[in-house]
Write a protein of this length. Structure first.
Length: 301
C-alpha cells in the first residue's frame, strides 16, 4: 500500500483500540469500589483489620492500618484512575489485536510464527509476575507495619496504596519477562546459550540485588519470592538457548535443503600472470569473407 493508505489504516486501528479502552473503562467505573477492595482487602486482613471502608478493629498487639482519603477531589480522581487502569488492562486483547493486525502483513511466515510464540509466552509470564506480587504484598505490608510504634494506627492514603500495588505488579510482571528477552536475543543470533550459561553467577547476584531493591520490605521472604522464580526462569531460558544453538549447528552441518540454493563462493582467486603475445606469433587465422558464412555470418559470430 502507499504511505497514505498505511497512515489511514494506522488511524483506524488506533481508533478501534481507543474505543475498546473507553468502553471497558466506562463499564469498570460502575465497579471501581469492588476493584479497590480486591487489591486492598488482602493487605488489611494481613495486619488484622476487619474490613476495608469501616471503623477498623485493632490487633491484639495494637497494630492496624486504616485506609483514608485526603482531599475533596481525591475520591473522584481515584475512581477515574482506577477505572482507566482497569479499562487498559481488561481491553488489552482488543488493542493488542489491532496492533498485531497492523504489523502482521509486513512479516514473513516464520516471523509471524515467532512473534505469536513470544507474545503467547510473554503474556502468561507477566500475569505470573503480577500474581506473585499480589500474593506477597500482604506479607510485605505486615512486615513494614511492624515498625510502627505500639498503640498507634497507621493511616494509609488510598491513592498511595494503589500506586504502590500497581508499581509492584508492574515490576514483578516485567521482571518475569527477562528470560523471554534472553531467548529472543538468542533466536536473533545476538547471544549464545553457552555465553548465557557462563553468566549464571553474575545473573544470580544481579537478580538478587534487583529483588532487594524492587521490594520495599526488608524481609528475605518477599525478596526470595521475587528472586527465586526469576532464577528458575533464567536457567530454563538458558536450556532453551542451548537447544536452539544445537539445532542451528545441526542445520548448518546438514547443508542447504533440496529447495534452497547453496551459497556462492565469491572469493577472488589468483589466475597467474598472462603470457604476452610475442611479436613473432601470428594471430589465429580469420575466416575468409566468402567461406563458412551462413546468412552473412561466420560460425564465431
Amino acid at each position: 500500500m502507499p504511505l497514505v493508505e498505511h497512515l489511514r489504516e494506522l488511524r483506524n486501528r488506533l481508533a478501534k483500540g481507543l474505543l475498546g479502552i473507553v468502553v471497558v473503562t466506562i463499564v469498570a467505573a460502575f465497579f471501581y469500589k469492588e476493584i479497590i477492595e480486591f487489591f486492598t482487602d488482602p493487605v488489611l486482613k494481613s495486619v488484622g483489620c476487619a474490613s476495608s471502608f469501616a471503623e477498623l478493629a485493632k490487633q491484639k498487639d495494637g497494630t492496624c492500618a486504616r485506609i483514608v482519603l485526603n482531599g475533596l477531589l481525591t475520591p473522584f480522581t481515584l475512581a477515574l484512575k482506577v477505572s482507566l487502569m482497569a479499562g487498559v488492562v481488561l481491553s488489552s486483547p482488543v488493542w493488542l489485536y489491532q496492533l498485531w493486525a497492523f504489523v502482521a502483513p509486513g512479516l514473513h511466515k516464520h516471523e509471524k510464527k515467532y512473534s505469536l510464540a513470544f507474545v503467547g509466552a510473554g503474556f502468561p509470564l507477566f500475569l505470573a509476575g503480577g500474581f506473585f506480587a499480589y500474593k506477597t504484598l500482604p506479607t510485605m505490608a505486615r512486615v513494614l507495619l511492624e515498625f510502627s510504634p505500639a498503640d498507634l494506627d497507621n493511616q494509609l492514603p488510598l491513592d498511595e496504596l494503589l500506586d504502590l500495588i500497581t508499581r509492584m505488579v508492574v515490576v514483578f510482571g516485567l521482571s518475569f519477562e527477562l528470560p523471554l528477552l534472553l531467548v529472543m536475543l538468542n533466536f536473533g543470533g545476538v547471544i549464545t546459550g553457552k555465553r548465557m550459561l557462563g553468566w549464571w553467577r553474575g545473573m544470580i547476584m544481579g537478580i538478587t540485588v534487583f529483588a532487594a531493591l524492587a521490594t520495599p520490605s526488608t524481609d528475605p521472604l518477599t525478596m526470595m519470592a521475587l528472586a527465586g522464580p526469576i532464577w528458575v526462569l533464567y536457567f530454563v531460558a538458558t536450556a532453551i538457548a542451548l537447544l536452539n544453538d544445537r539445532r542451528k549447528a545441526q542445520l548448518a552441518a546438514a547443508g542447504p535443503a533440496d529447495d534452497e540454493a547453496s551459497e556462492l563462493d565469491l572469493t577472488p582467486e589468483d589466475i597467474g600472470e598472462i603470457e604476452p603475445v610475442s611479436s613473432g606469433r601470428s594471430l589465429p587465422a580469420q575466416a575468409s569473407p566468402d567461406r563458412d558464412r551462413v546468412n552473412g555470418y561466420d560460425d564465431i559470430t
